[in-house]
Design a binder for this molecule. Structure first.
Ligand code: 13P
Length: 307
């Protein structure tokens, strides 16, 4: 099946009150693990790539890996640029076959964010590609004493109207990486509800949505890592966010944690091993299991959107 945009995925997710998983990928094993999980769950899926990962993998290798993945699979797959840093990168991705891009103008003044996002929307829509915008402090820093700037619901409404974006990443208290909260996890659900009420049926996006499962932090530490005070978004909060209008949930840290734990364990248990297939294979299976778990028990997208 050829790559698709996220439009129909989001429509089905919004009416079914579940979310589509957007999983970050930067190598063959991660892509294969994600796609194999989506097939197992008969679920649509978004493969997303940041600019850093695009450069790491090489933009041509990356797109060819994804082409191979969709050629050998029958679930709907959307290829999305995560955190697009500028107009030029968005255009390069659109021209090379991505079906969705994010332009992240969230650090710019409001009017500049609108102008940049609108420019990307115009180019993308002329080419049949959808666009995610961003508003508020999406990246965050849980270690900082400066509170996160959450998305203003009135700004969100004006931003969507002024830019014509297809989805919007909103800040409701998450941040990237394994250290998301200094104390009890909380998300601004009332604010999210307000935005959903003001933008009915419009797909909202949650970045920084890994749960950082203790089981996998502990497994990393048991086999030599030193990861302390890690804390992610509890799974029941993600389910609630999906119920309140979050249609796309971004997950990267959990995939990295589980794959690395698995490889660490393998090396300690097999000190004589040196064939990459022997440890990347289990790493790929670990990614698959994690994505199946997310689709089935957190996102609710298993068997979704395929009708
Ligand atoms: P996590 O670090 O919580 O996995 O979030 C990743 C993300 O939002 C990428 O856009």
């Amino acid at each position: 099946m050829p790559l698709v945009t996220s439009k129909r995925m989001f429509e089905a997710a919004q009416s079914g009150h579940y979310a589509i998983g957007a999983f970050n990928a930067n190598n063959m094993e991660i892509i294969q693990g994600i796609i194999s999980a989506a097939e197992r769950e008969s679920s649509p899926v978004i493969l997303q790539v940041s600019e850093k990962s695009r450069e790491y993998t090489n933009p041509v290798y990356l797109i060819k890996l994804v082409e191979a993945a969709v050629a050998t699979s029958d679930v709907p797959v959307c290829l999305h640029l995560d955190d697009g840093p500028d107009y030029e990168t968005c255009v390069a991705c659109i021209d090379s076959g991505y079906t969705s891009v994010m332009i992240d103008g969230s650090r710019l003044p409001f009017e500049e964010n609108i102008a940049l996002t609108k420019k990307v929307v115009d180019y993308a829509h002329d080419n049949g590609v959808v666009v995610e915008g961003g508003l508020g402090d999406l990246h965050g820093d849980a270690e900082s004493d400066v509170p996160l700037a959450l998305t203003d619901p009135n700004h969100a409404v004006d931003f969507v109207a002024a830019t014509g974006v297809d989805s919007l990443a909103v800040a409701i208290g998450t941040c990237y990486g394994p250290y998301k909260f200094k104390s009890e996890p909380t998300l601004a659900f009332e604010r999210l509800q307000d935005m959903s009420n003001q933008l009915p049926g419009f797909p909202l996006v949650l970045h920084g949505a890994s749960s950082v499962p203790k089981e996998f932090v502990d497994l990393n530490n048991q086999y030599g890592a030193d990861i302390n005070r890690a804390q992610g978004v509890p799974e029941d909060m993600l389910r609630e966010a999906a119920r309140l209008g979050i249609a796309k949930i971004n997950i990267e840290t959990d995939l990295n944690l589980v794959m690395t734990a698995c490889i660490r364990q393998f090396f300690i248990e097999h000190p004589d091993a040196f064939d990459p297939q022997k440890y990347l294979g289990p790493g790929r299976r670990a990614i698959r299991s994690m994505v199946i778990h997310k689709m089935r028990h957190v996102l609710g997208c298993s068997h979704g959107g395929l009708g």
